[in-house]
Design a protein around this ligand. Structure first.
Ligand SMILES: NC(=O)c1ccc[n+]([C@@H]2O[C@H](COP(=O)([O-])OP(=O)(O)OC[C@H]3O[C@@H](n4cnc5c(N)ncnc54)[C@H](OP(=O)(O)O)[C@@H]3O)[C@@H](O)[C@H]2O)c1
Length: 360
């Protein structure tokens, strides 16, 4: 029921929605299952979808075996929320079928992130972007999609948005150290296999990445653009502008360098900020200690700062190395080092938090 002056509940037809996971066998799909279980998401039903390769396989969930079905356009009957994590081309091909069947699509791929009218949401940053109007649940409205931002963008924004809201961030220079899991289950298997092969003195097998990954690092594997940036770097720039602009901010200057490192899980980011108004490192530490979704590991005495292992399987993004940037006037620049589990907060958890907002 909608009372005057209140935003109507997005999914007012049920408090226990039936959820479909598209890409249920993948790195993100498997994390969806853990997050839904751990957060006691009020499931009315659960449907698991993947390619024909996985059809008929079973997955254990809350003590039951669930059979994986092949994704088709007919897969969405009775689905209230469709959590897509099977790549952009699959989202583009099947999202409309899900919407036509009455579902709200929460999409992990880059398929619709920059589409006008599709909210791009980090629940701790811009939950207000989700309204029934802009996800198109009103009469005759489309498209019914909410996009999950790129994982590196989510991790950065958890740490930087509180500072931006407090004093304004004029410029961001970010360098990433990205884990294998960001490229999916097959990339994780490749890193494991190559590590074993190299230790055994064998030639490493390169299937997912064109060059040796174990005991190496390289520029992010996303397509390179004519301007010398790769797609991952440009996602961090454009998605941040979209997310912050939804809250009425001006455009911050952002440049990114994204690198794949031989870490199994959780991305790290070195972030340099130029501020509009001064903020001391003491105030920044205090602000981030209270920020939602953020935990501090910032122990200079013991040289103990966030690591990908701290962040692995954790909900929060970990922040440390909070310090005044010596190259800028006192209080006008900050450096941070951030680690976050990109399969979890960078994908599955963020999408489930969006689904929870739909029920709120
Ligand atoms: N990994 C991350 O950290 C991360 C973070 C943010 C966003 N994302 C995005 O999430 C999506 C999934 O990533 P991932 O890392 O989970 O990849 P992944 O481990 O490679 O899993 C891909 C999933 O998609 C399914 N799939 C592939 N082709 C299909 C088809 N034709 N029909 C139906 N299902 C199909 C696969 O099913 P089969 O097993 O049957 O092949 C599998 O379940 C991508 O869009 C990615 O960009 C990933």
């Amino acid at each position: 029921m909608t009372s005057a002056g209140m935003q109507p509940t997005a999914l007012n037809r049920t408090t226990h929605p039936t959820v479909a996971i598209i890409g249920a066998t993948g790195a993100v799909g498997q994390e969806f299952l853990r997050v839904l279980d751990q957060r006691h998401f009020p499931l009315g039903g659960l449907k698991l979808l993947a390619s024909a390769r996985s059809a008929g396989k079973t997955v254990e969930f809350q003590g039951k075996s669930i059979v994986i079905d092949e994704l088709t356009e007919q897969s969405f009957e009775g689905i209230d929320i469709a959590l897509f994590s099977a790549g952009g081309s699959i989202s583009k091909k099947y999202a409309q079928a899900a919407i036509d069947a009455g579902a709200v699509v929460v999409d992990n791929s880059s398929g619709f992130r920059m589409t006008d009218g599709v909210p791009l949401v980090v629940p701790e940053v811009n939950p207000e972007a989700i309204t029934t109007a802009n996800i198109g649940l009103g009469q005759g409205q489309r498209p019914g999609i909410i996009a999950n931002p790129n994982c590196s963008t989510i991790i950065m924004l958890l740490a930087v948005t509180p500072i931006h809201r407090a004093v304004g961030v004029k410029r961001v220079v970010v360098s990433t150290y990205q884990a294998a899991s960001g490229a999916g289950a097959a990339a994780m298997a490749e890193l494991e296999q190559q590590t074993r092969e190299v230790l055994e003195g064998k030639e490493p097998t390169c299937t997912i990445f064109p060059q040796q990954y174990a005991f190496n690092l390289f520029s992010h594997n996303s397509p390179m653009k004519p301007n010398g940036y790769n797609e991952e770097e440009l996602k961090m720039v454009h998605e941040t502008h979209k997310i912050w602009s939804q809250a009425g901010d001006k455009k911050t200057a952002i440049t990114a360098t994204c690198v794949r490192v031989p870490i199994m899980r959780a991305h790290a980011e070195s972030i340099n900020l130029t501020l509009d108004k001064p903020m001391t490192e003491v105030d920044a530490r205090k602000l981030l200690a209270e920020a939602p979704g953020v935990s501090l590991i910032d122990d200079r005495e013991n040289n103990r700062f966030p690591t990908p292992l701290d962040a692995s399987h954790a909900d929060d993004v970990f922040v440390g190395r909070i310090r005044h940037d010596l190259s800028q006037p006192e209080g006008m620049g900050l450096d941070l080092f951030v680690c976050g589990d990109q399969v979890r907060k960078g994908a599955a958890l963020n999408a489930v938090q969006i689904a929870e907002l739909l029920l709120a």
